[in-house]
Design a protein around this ligand. Structure first.
Ligand code: TMP
Length: 245
């Protein structure tokens, strides 16, 4: 599938039109950002690793019955996806307290959250992605009550599936962020699932294996992403194209 005009350029991905009006091409770039784009660096191999990682996770979710926009890997840094009408909210689930939850509520880092906590944030960097609730989503018309219910249900389902996947390889899924969109009237998982948008710790040592390594200046960021991929059994050295067709 050939790249058409650029539709949108985000902090870590660019989105291109294709000859098929229902499909878009995602390019995963090496740009790595934190603090709503305040800190940005280029990390070698990150785009390729995240593209492959995302394909692997989306494929796993599809096989477990979750509808996603993912179609196929198209190259080292590119994937073909269904075009969605995106809902401008971020769905976060937390299995353990860390990050903004600890800052906001004074909770100790690393405390187990049982049941897991669900939070909505507005996708808006200028406003620093403020936390919102279902009343804001309803009142401002960002999504219907039915879609809100579906986003929550699907996010918890993804949590159940991925918590088990990471745990099987000795890792803890601490928290993550998902974005959803609409396709032919149906809610579908969009955007990406990569270590850029989740937190993963080694189960025994609690070593951070995600973008917190970049946020906190811990180093070996892409090496940690590659370690997670290898532990999940993902071979990053094999050719990308056609793999997920
Ligand atoms: P937080 O602790 O900063 O609120 O983040 C919770 C989780 O959601 C963490 O895994 C990072 C992810 N996240 C993003 O990837 N992008 C965002 O804009 C936000 C608010 C969270």
């Amino acid at each position: 599938m050939n790249r058409g005009e650029i539709l949108y350029s985000g902090k870590a991905k660019s989105v291109f039109l294709t000859e098929d009006p229902d499909k878009l091409l995602l390019e995963f770039r090496n740009d790595t950002s934190a603090f709503d784009g305040e800190k940005v660096e280029q990390l070698a191999r990150k785009g390729m690793v995240n593209n492959r990682f995302n394909a692997f996770i989306m494929g796993h979710l599809e096989r477990q019955g979750v509808s996603t926009h993912f179609d196929a890997l198209c190259g080292d840094n590119e994937s073909l996806v269904k075009r969605l009408d995106m809902i401008p909210v971020e769905c976060v689930v937390r299995n353990m307290a860390t990050g903004s939850l600890c800052r906001r509520l004074g909770i100790e880092d690393g405390v187990d959250l049982d049941p897991p906590v669900f939070e909505f944030f507005l996708k808006n960097d200028q406003l620093h992605d403020p936390m919102i609730n279902e009343y804001h989503i309803d009142s401002f018309g960002w999504a219907t009550a039915e879609e809100v219910g579906e986003m929550k249900r699907q996010t918890f389902e993804v949590n159940k599936i991925l918590k088990a996947l990471f745990l099987d390889s000795g890792m803890l899924l601490i928290d993550f962020k998902l974005e959803f969109g609409r396709c032919d009237g149906k809610l579908m998982l969009g955007d990406e699932f990569t270590p850029d948008g989740c937190r993963i710790w080694d189960k025994e040592t609690r070593k951070k294996l995600d973008k917190d390594r970049f946020r906190q200046g811990l180093g070996s960021v892409v090496e940690a992403y590659e370690e997670v991929a290898h532990r999940l059994g993902l071979d990053l050295s094999s050719p990308a194209i056609g793999e997920s067709d």
